[in-house]
Write a protein that binds this ligand. Structure first.
Ligand SMILES: [Zn+2]
Length: 109
């Protein structure tokens, strides 16, 4: 289903009216295509938009505090990445400084 295909689909909530396409602000400054029911006002997102929202929401949870470990500093890696990249405690990663940012790679190449 394409994002624009939601317009004209019947509402999954009231099952009476059809959705019309609107721009919906999920976070300040972040607008996505959504279907809004003409009757009950139900907002629905296409599968592609849901994926996009999940990606944005998971990025929001990636802010971490730096902790002191001996003379080094450490940053907890969010559980979502631990799972996704199958990282283990005592596993090895490669840490780079790049343009004022820290880059952590699981493989050199
Ligand atoms: Zn409805």
């Amino acid at each position: 289903m394409k994002e624009s295909d939601m317009g004209g689909e019947t509402c999954g909530m009231c099952e009476i009216a059809k959705y019309r396409m609107i721009k919906y602000e999920i976070e300040p400054g972040i607008t996505v295509d959504a279907g809004k029911c003409k009757k009950c006002g139900e907002i629905a997102f296409s599968h592609g938009v849901v994926k996009k929202i999940e990606a944005i929401r998971s990025m929001d949870s990636q802010q971490r505090s730096i902790v002191q470990v001996g003379s080094s500093l450490a940053v907890p890696i969010p559980a979502i990445f631990v799972k996704k990249l199958n990282l283990k405690a005592k596993g090895r990663v490669f840490v780079f400084e790049q343009g004022g940012n820290i880059l952590i790679k699981t493989k050199l190449v």
